[in-house]
Design a protein around this ligand. Sequence first.
Ligand code: HEM
Length: 476
Amino acid sequence: MEALVQYLLPLVLFPISIALIYLLRKGGFATLKLPPGTTGWPMLGENIHFAVLGPQKFISDRMKKYSPEVFQTSLMGEKMAIFCGAQGNKFLFTNENKLLTSWWPKSLKKALLFPEFVENSLKEVSALKRSFIHDILKPEALKQYIPIMDAMAREHVEKEWAPNEEVKVFPLSKKYTFDLACRLFMSIVDPHDIKKLADPFHLVTNGMFSVPIDLPGTAYSGAIKGGKMVRAELLKIIRDRRKELTESKETAGRDLLSRMLLVTDEDGQFMSEMEISNNIIGLLVASYETTSTAVTFVLKHLAELPHIYNEVFREIMAIAKTKGPDDLLTWEDIEKMKYSWNVARESLRVTPPAQGAFRESVTDFTYAGFTVPKGWKTFWTVHTTHKNPKYFPDPERFDPSRFEGSGPAPYTFVPFGGGPRMCPGKEYARLEVLVFMYNVVRSFKLEKAIPNEKIVFHASPTPMNGLPVRLQPLGK
Ligand code: HEM
């Protein structure tokens, strides 16, 4: 019902927009050779097709119909050029800040961020603050978090998995991911405090990629409401911590929040509370659905493919045997999980959590003989390479050995993007996924409770019933 309302409401605006669309079509782009394709219905663009077909089919149909290199569409109220294949990825990744700049949908910005600081947080954040985010997510900085991730995963498995014969993997991996982020980003551990952030945050993630029309009952209006509540809660947390820091004279920065409060830019200025809130929300959003989807699909593949599960089990038990019952995982242990990481990468290829990313063109430019006008949005997508037999023979077959040796060709395996804007959370995600695999695989064999469970698309691929699995406990 909610989805219906979300898609039908814009029809009310249909007559107004007809005039506008004709004006735009007849306007300034008449002389340019634009990428082939259609911008669909006024206002609605091709949103409905995208939602109904799912990103993979939407894109492959249009590549066949229009061009395998680049085609135009209209999504989320924006004219958009979709770039395809390894060459398309390469072009977008290597022209960052020259022809293109970062762009995020209005729905996402408006729902999430303090408007005063939107440009600072999402456009070009000052070099210091951007490199700060990259610095705190580097492997050297994350090493110290591995024992915490492991201790939390152990507790999670003991409490949420072990007492049950059957569990739903997707909601549980979301819970673990959110709990972990609250602990590592802000040292929040009390379940009651976590819930105060988690409930409104779910409203945001449900509506942040919807059609940006703020009317009661739409997912978008829920996201705006949720965003306000998350921001209010975060401001309280940030102010309390600032007070604590002033009183305790802490200088080391016990977590990401403290480090954000302590860092200064080249002029000695601290980040404002709203900027910190925007940055933390940005990290929560970027890490939440993506990482919990990654964990879920790795476990789905392990439940489906016993021979792969057995190899992962062997690798994990070889590590477990070297450790006492209370020893926590270390960086050295994670580095030994090479096969397990190949399995996780193959899962990221087959079911990538992020579908791609947007940019905005800062000038008219030409690609594959077509002009992309200034102001258009672009989108690179995982689907045009991950499932292309040219780059990955027999692409539907799950085969972790694709990542042995020199691995896939450049710009073909892109679950985290590429170029200067490549996901800075890649290493955090790798650690979280491997630590979770370690804890689940050494505790249980998994069997899918619904063998042919349907996968639907929201922002990420989602198992329709939450991936229920039956657990067969193993003696450790
Ligand atoms: C499996 C999990 C993850 C996947 C698949 C993923 C994927 C991506 C992708 C595709 C992008 C866009 C790159 C582009 O614009 O071209 C991105 C950006 C980003 N990701 Fe991740 N991500 C994951 C986990 C994380 C985590 C755990 C964090 C933080 C702890 C994170 C933080 C970010 C940030 C801050 C950006 C924006 C970077 C920028 O615009 O400069 N991500 N991610």
